[in-house]
Design a protein around this ligand. Structure first.
Ligand SMILES: C[S@@+](CC[C@H](N)C(=O)[O-])C[C@H]1O[C@@H](n2cnc3c(N)ncnc32)[C@H](O)[C@@H]1O
Length: 334
């Protein structure tokens, strides 16, 4: 009798883990559709055999992917023709300007493979190096997805501080600077970015707004001599994980040297283990600390301490995405 109960319990546990894993399926399906341009292939409605033949794809695997998409509602069928659901076409196709596919790319090609190496890393295997040159464009693209929510907080801080000049460290594609340029007249704007592809994209994005003038510097902030004259505001958006706890102090010291007398710092950053963002920030810090050259995000208390030790005070802190543990943090000089 006892053995039977044990077996039932074991079965229920197995079922629980299987069910939890089922939630991975939509992300996997969307990722494959994005990477292999399959949502575009079925945009107008097409037969599976035609797509397999035209694109040289394995017909059996394609059929399995289609069957899964039909189950998930990512695709629909009319007789023999398969068609992509409108939301998938809009948000998960490479050709759509509203695509969030870069996020799936980052999750599947960066986060999950790294997290799967955890057992070896725990045993002391050499941590991999995050390849910023290879993944820089993806990471810059996914960070910029936050801008819509984060920008109003940044803009508010810039306006309230009456800044005339802004430096963005690790500016990525320059989205924050571009938005500031269009929202507040007369600002002097400088961005520094170490990844060459990313900085080229930032210059390209800005060139489509002829009235906007932003200086983009290609280089590593740690070796940069600075902008020549003091700036009123320094942005550090989504860059803390590139700096070890010690280097964060150096970053703040250098920022203080470059700031004008009443100059301030604004940050958009995840914080570790905030009350409503525990799960997300746990996943993030597992990923970051699995690399030899990335570092987990600080807790709120750690950020306050390091700011205090390097001549700053946390003046404002507001959630940008609560469940993601993403915050706006405004620092003033102490
Ligand atoms: C996660 S992205 C964030 C981009 C942008 N700030 C945003 O929030 O959308 C971080 C960027 O910082 C750049 N970066 C990291 N360390 C840097 C450094 N020491 N100097 C210049 N850029 C750096 C990376 O190349 C990357 O493009």
């Amino acid at each position: 009798m006892l053995e039977t109960i044990k077996e039932w319990r074991r079965l229920l546990q197995a079922r629980k883990w299987m069910k939890q894993n089922a939630s991975f399926l939509p992300a996997w399906h969307a990722y494959v559709g994005y990477e292999s341009d399959l949502f575009d292939a079925f945009a107008e409605g097409e037969e599976a055999a035609t797509v397999a033949a035209n694109r040289g794809l394995d017909p059996q695997l394609l059929q399995n992917w289609i069957d899964t998409g039909l189950v998930l509602g990512h695709l629909s069928r009319q007789e023999e023709r398969i068609q992509t659901a409108p939301t998938m076409l809009q948000y998960v196709s490479k050709s759509s300007p509203q695509s969030v596919g870069a996020l799936l790319h980052e999750m599947m090609e960066l986060h999950i493979p790294t997290l799967l190496r955890f057992p070896e890393l725990l045993k002391g295997e050499q941590k991999p190096s995050f390849e910023n040159e290879k993944f820089g464009s993806t990471v810059a693209a996914t960070s910029s997805l936050l801008e819509k929510l984060a920008f109003p907080k940044v803009s508010h801080w810039v306006k309230n501080s009456h800044a005339q000049s802004v430096l963005d460290i690790g500016c990525g594609h320059g989205g924050y600077l571009l938005k500031l340029a269009t929202k507040i007249e007369g600002l002097k704007l400088i961005g520094i970015e170490q990844n060459e592809d990313v900085v080229l994209q930032a210059r390209k994005d800005t060139s489509s707004s002829p009235d906007v003038s932003i200086e983009f510097v290609h280089g590593d902030f740690r070796q940069w001599e600075g902008p020549g004259e003091p700036v009123d505001l320094i942005m550090m958006n989504n860059i803390l994980h590139y700096f070890s706890p010690d280097q964060r102090g150096v970053l703040l010291d250098r920022a203080r040297q470059l700031l004008s007398k009443n100059g301030s710092v604004s940050m958009i950053t995840p914080l570790y283990m905030t009350s409503s963002g525990k799960a997300f920030s746990a996943a993030f810090n597992n990923f970051m600390s699995s690399h030899e050259n990335l570092y987990g995000f600080p807790t709120e208390a750690e950020l306050e301490t390091i700011a205090g030790e390097h001549g700053f005070r946390v003046k404002e802190k507001h959630p940008v995405i609560r469940e993601g543990s993403w915050y706006f943090v405004g620092l003033e000089q102490a």
